[in-house]
Design a protein. Structure first.
Length: 562
């Protein structure tokens, strides 16, 4: 283990990234897209171009599904294709793509809930490419929500509260729902209720279009928080529906926030967040900044819920708050931490909200969560130019394409400062010219993962290896770092991350806050003189990641050991 000396200060940093893998196949799913308008608008040439579907179910291009048409059929503009997927009730996200220039639809990701009847089949309704139909459809859509539990916990007051359906279909404005007493529901406790509220509204759009929505109660400005869309985690926990090609459409009855009727409990909930990595990277100043808890239980920020740290605790970088929360047993609440950090307006940046469930006991303490899920390795403490390079000698794509240096190009795929795989890809250049080595200098901003998870691709495709099989390397210096040469198709994953640095920050009078990447076996060591004496081990700091160290009258040096 390498160590670094500090005289109350030193810096380094680290992080972790990942790429989702594919699931096993079991049932036939058919995709359909109507390219007729795209053909008319000259956006697609059926003689020279082809169509694919790409999605989270295959790695967004690792194994795209090719679609074909019947030029002599009654609908020559309709392109279809099949693949095998597990019909297990999960949600998939996908888009249609024009090849060979890899033109994705610019509209909302398409979503589809797979039924739970593995072994059957599913035909997804046809959609117009990029949700651009010959003319918009007008569909009378009926929305339905069961408010029994919201009435039970006092979040909805019949006769006073006003529920509504809100979404992309109405600009997220109010579309009022009213009670339908003819809809009777028997809950899990055997009680029969008539608390379903409904409303029918005309929705204009393109058949096959995915539209987001949520239910809302005006009392307490209460947006529902349904279970996350596992297929599309960037979708802000919205519900979705696929617009029908019929004149009418009825959405299924759902519980508000997916909370069925259940006994009510109140928990004293302890929330905890570790700000160590944010302090180390310079994003958070514990003396001038503050940390907040924001969730559906305080309308995502109002009233303010402050988290505080304990300077005398074993980890003063951990901020906590205890609040009472009530709800039906098993009900989920969603939240994130917010702080005066430089990025993302203070919000944690991971896509999915954090979640916990109300339990049938008076209190619960949630595990310490690293802010932004940055735990270890820590992020880069400074902007760094990183050189990526790959040998394309005898390179063959997963689709069988043999790399031709005279006509093919090489792209970098999956580096975290790009929004998505297969879009806006940086291109590598032949260096040295005439060789089969391609390289790229890329600015990796401060705060980016030191662990880089990536692939190379031929002509913009994610075709180096299967889904989840990536290069994994660490940026081991700041300012400028040259990655070791990669070989196309030989995925190397480094398993020896560098040890995080030792940092200082402001603290209480007479103390200095020391922050480092805590791991078992890593602890502080001190020494008063670098020219004489020996390092003094502090086993009480083993496994910690911060401590509030009292300042003495003499010089003192710190390092990580052993």
């Amino acid at each position: 283990m390498k160590t670094k000396l500090i005289k109350y200060a030193l810096s380094a940093g680290l992080f972790l990234g990942s790429v989702a893998g594919a699931t096993a196949a079991s049932s036939i799913v058919t995709f359909q897209v109507d390219m007729s308008v795209a053909i008319t608008n000259l956006a697609f040439d059926p003689l020279t171009q082809s169509v694919q579907v790409r999605g989270n179910f295959e790695g967004w291009g690792a194994h795209p599904v090719a679609l074909t048409n019947n030029p002599l059929g009654t609908t020559p503009g309709l392109y279809t294709g099949t693949t095998n997927l597990p019909l297990n009730g999960s949600v998939i996200a996908f888009k249609y793509v024009i090849m060979t220039n890899v033109t994705f639809e610019t509209s909302h990701n398409r979503n589809q809930t797979l039924p739970s009847n593995s072994g059957g089949s599913l035909v997804i309704p046809p959609a117009y490419f990029d949700d651009n139909p010959p003319s918009p459809a007008a569909v009378d859509v009926t929305f339905q929500v069961d408010l029994a539990q919201q009435i039970n916990v006092g979040a909805f007051i019949p006769g006073t509260s006003v529920p509504s359906g809100r979404g992309g279909f109405n600009g997220w404005s109010t579309s009022t729902l009213t009670n339908d007493p003819t809809i009777l529901r028997t809950n899990q406790n055997g009680l029969v209720t008539s608390n379903v509220y409904v409303g029918t509204f005309t929705v204009s759009g393109s058949p096959g279009q995915t539209l987001d929505y949520k239910y809302y109660i005006d009392t307490g400005a209460n947006w529902e928080a349904p279970a996350p869309n596992t297929g599309d985690p960037n979708d802000s926990n919205n519900r979705f529906f696929t617009l029908s090609s019929n004149l009418t459409q009825t959405l299924p009855i759902v519980f508000f926030s997916d909370q069925p009727y259940a006994p009510v409990a109140t928990n004293q909930v302890t929330f905890q967040v570790d700000m160590g990595a944010q302090i180390a990277s310079g994003n958070f100043d514990p003396c001038s900044g503050h940390v907040e808890l924001r969730g559906n239980f305080n309308s995502w920020g109002a009233p303010q819920i402050l988290c505080t740290n304990d300077w005398s605790s074993t980890n003063p970088a951990v901020y906590k708050v205890v609040i009472p929360l009530s709800g039906g047993v098993g009900a989920s609440d969603f939240y994130k931490f917010w702080s005066t950090v430089s990025a993302n307006g203070g919000w944690e940046t991971m896509a999915a909200n954090r979640a916990f469930q109300i339990v049938n006991q008076p209190a619960q303490t949630l595990a310490v969560a690293p802010f932004d899920d940055v735990n270890g390795p820590w992020p880069l403490p400074a902007d760094t130019v990183v050189t990526f390079s790959v040998s394309m000698t005898n390179a063959v794509g997963t689709d069988g394409t043999n790399f031709n240096p005279a006509s093919d190009q090489v792209f970098l795929n999956g580096v975290p400062n790009f929004a998505a795989w297969n879009t806006s890809l940086p291109q590598l250049t032949n260096n040295p010219l005439g060789s089969e080595v391609y390289s790229l200098d890329l600015l990796v901003p401060k705060g980016s993962p030191i662990q880089q998870t990536y692939k190379y691709g031929i002509d913009g495709n994610d075709d180096e290896a299967g889904a989840g099989s990536n290069h994994v390397r660490y940026v081991r210096a700041t300012g400028r770092y040259v990655m070791p040469l990669d070989t196309f198709g030989h995925q190397l994953a480094e398993t020896n991350p560098p040890v995080g640095g030792l940092f200082t920050s402001c603290s209480t009078p007479g103390n200095v806050l020391l922050v480092w990447e805590g791991r078992p076996g890593v602890r502080l060591q001190t020494r008063a003189d670098l020219h004489s004496g020996s390092w003094l081990d502090h086993p009480e700091t083993d496994g910690l990641s911060a401590t509030n160290w009292p300042i003495g009258s003499g010089m003192l040096f710190f390092r990580l050991g052993p």
